[in-house]
Ligand binder design. Structure first.
Ligand code: ZN
Length: 269
């Protein structure tokens, strides 16, 4: 089963669909994307033909141009500022909003020293359908970014999942089955969590007795078991349990010793 990551909280941003995009920012983003694309292309070209002087020159000049641009915005759209800017939503936030997503959107990325630029875009109807299906746990969708261990990742439900080494290279069908299993395990995990939580809150309401009620019941019952008069292992017990509508007032509480309480539990008396 792939590993759940926190990549939706840290990594990509989306320009909030509820805030109109300022022309200045749209202009900035357009230029950033163009420069970044050019640099990426030049870098790939140079990778393929590392001895070409032409490729080297293009790589250098595109990098320089991108660096100048980055420096000009270094205090504006970098991580530190974007994280606090309400125009930009983390992907986790964006994906948990109104669904299905109907309007095209772009995933923007920035790091401490690299300002925002577009890393992937979901614009066509087909792309939006796929992202909605992934969010609804119908299909795993390959993610643009590798995970913390540098393994391929998938969007599935509200999480980005990173493949384990043994899972890398699985067929499309294999990956699909992997995530079907993940879904199963997740729902089991959530069920368990839910029952633990409801058990915990049940315990709390059972054990909580207001101080005034506690004092009143203790005095009324004379500090001894209301049934047999024993003073051993006394506890405050409800006549009618909370889950059957028993209240929290003095007339629903009494003192019982351990033995009478046990008897009451087994016989219902
Ligand atoms: Zn008793």
């Amino acid at each position: 089963m792939p590993n759940k990551t926190r990549m939706l909280d840290h990594g990509g941003f989306v320009h909030s669909p509820k805030v109109p995009m300022e022309p200045a920012f749209a202009g900035y983003l357009h230029q950033a994307d163009q420069l970044y694309d050019r640099w990426q292309r030049a870098f790939d070209q140079w990778n393929q033909s590392p001895f070409s002087l032409e490729a080297l020159a293009e790589k250098k000049s595109s990098q320089q141009e991108f660096d100048v641009f980055v420096a000009a915005f270094a205090d504006k759209y970098t991580l530190k500022f974007v994280e606090r800017d309400p125009r930009f939503l983390t992907l986790a936030h964006f994906f948990s909003q109104d669904r299905p997503i109907r309007e095209g959107f772009s995933v923007l990325h920035c790091t401490v020293d690299m300002p925002l630029h577009t890393v992937c875009s979901f614009q066509s109807r087909d792309e939006l359908e796929r992202i909605n299906a992934a969010l609804d746990e119908k299909i795993p969708l390959p993610w643009w970014q590798n995970g913390p261990l540098n393994h391929p990742c998938y969007l599935f439900g509200q999480w980005i999942w990173e493949l384990k080494p043994a899972e890398i290279g699985a067929s499309e069908k294999g990956i699909f089955l992997l995530f079907e299993q993940t879904k199963e395990k997740e729902s089991q995990r959530l069920d368990k969590l839910r029952s633990t939580l409801s058990h915990a809150s049940g315990t709390e309401s059972r054990d909580f007795i207001p101080e005034t009620v506690r004092v009143h019941v203790w005095r009324r019952d004379g500090g001894k078991c209301a049934k047999c008069g024993s003073r051993d292992s006394l506890e405050f017990r409800r006549l009618l349990p909370a889950n059957r509508g028993g209240g929290n007032t003095a007339d629903n509480w009494r003192l019982l010793c351990g033995r009478c309480h046990q008897k009451q539990l087994t016989t219902g008396a």
